[in-house]
Design a protein around this ligand. Structure first.
Ligand code: PSU
Ligand code: MN
Length: 306
């Protein structure tokens, strides 16, 4: 058996030595979720928010066959500029590492890497879920199963509103994943605070969220937690403004024969055009907001573990 080629950045290695709180960050949002140069600007700003809150960011990616936990600024810039980077989910991670490849980690693959590295908390924008029309396409993100099996608390702003949210909630319920809304009774829908769907669970503080994860582990329950953190009011795009544009993008994706891993990046890029860039501004704002909460939750894990 080969040993796992896992590489810690100097900043993350030092945080591990000190027992400082660490927040994992994914890289597919950089390579497939946002256009250059806003992607790298956002990645840097997200890391800065986490440091300002007293935690250490660990952006995760596979570079030339090595699983990196924490990227230095040059590595981050190179990844953000690279073309045709692979999008790695659970199924792809080992092949990419074994063949010396380079790839960006999705929510599922980032959770796997975070768990390997002993990181409890991971901030992103929106998880993957059940796509509209999944009853025909069977397009259900591997992110959902990962939440059921890997013990990481994932902070998002809800599943992306390009998905079928009721079906996504049903699958998460079937899988036994706690879906915890931070501070409101309604599930947020990524770019909007409202979804029309009730929050399956609600908690109101970073300490409660960390305590729930530790209690889950103490009960012997495998798997993670999903925290849905509503986008700040000032940054949201009302659901009724987005709904027709999402429907248009979905229809175009189908007409263009877009399938599998290409669906989410296609829809995000098309919405960027249809909203004249507004969807990207909201996406950036919600990621920063999630990073802040994730850093606070990571600190509570450290404090509660003592
Ligand atoms: N959050 C964002 N933008 C993104 C993603 C998350 O704000 O692009 C990425 C994550 O990596 C997530 C992926 O795992 O979208 C979902 O892809 P799929 O639907 O193919 O599983
Ligand atoms: Mn999919």
């Amino acid at each position: 058996m080969t040993s796992l080629p896992l590489h810690f950045s100097a900043e993350v290695a030092s945080a591990r030595d000190r027992g400082a709180p660490i927040v994992a960050l994914e890289s597919t949002i950089i390579t497939h979720g946002m256009p250059y140069p806003r992607n790298v600007e956002t990645a840097r700003a997200v890391e800065a928010v986490i440091r300002a809150e007293g935690a250490v960011p660990a952006t995760i990616a596979v570079l030339d066959g090595t699983l990196h936990i924490g990227l230095d600024p040059d590595q981050l810039t190179a990844l953000a500029q690279a073309k045709n980077v692979a999008k790695l989910s659970r199924a792809d991670l080992a092949v990419c590492i074994a063949t010396g490849g380079t790839g960006a980690t999705t929510v599922a693959a980032t959770m796997i890497a975070a768990a390997q590295a002993g990181i409890d908390v991971f901030a992103t924008g929106g998880i993957g879920g059940v796509h509209a029309g999944a009853e025909l396409s069977f397009d259900i993100s591997a992110d959902l199963q990962e939440l059921a099996r890997t013990p990481v608390t994932v902070i998002c702003a809800g599943a992306k509103a390009i998905l079928d949210l009721p079906k996504t909630l049903e699958v998460l319920e079937t899988l036994g994943v706690p879906v915890i809304v931070n501070g409101q009774d309604e599930l947020p829908a990524f770019w909007s605070r409202a979804s029309g769907l009730a929050a399956p669970l609600r908690l109101d503080s970073p300490q409660q969220i960390a305590r729930a994860a530790l209690t889950r582990a103490a009960l012997g329950l495998s798997g993670g937690q999903l925290v849905a953190n509503p986008i700040p009011e000032a940054d949201e795009i009302p659901a009724e403004v987005l709904a027709p544009l999402i429907a248009q993008a979905q229809a175009e994706a189908q007409a263009d024969g877009i399938t599998a891993k290409a669906v989410t990046p296609y829809l995000l890029a098309r919405l960027f055009e249809l909203t004249e860039g507004r969807s990207l501004e909201a996406n950036i704002a919600l990621v920063l907001n999630n990073a802040r909460l994730a850093a606070q939750i990571a600190q509570q894990f450290t404090a509660l573990r003592g």
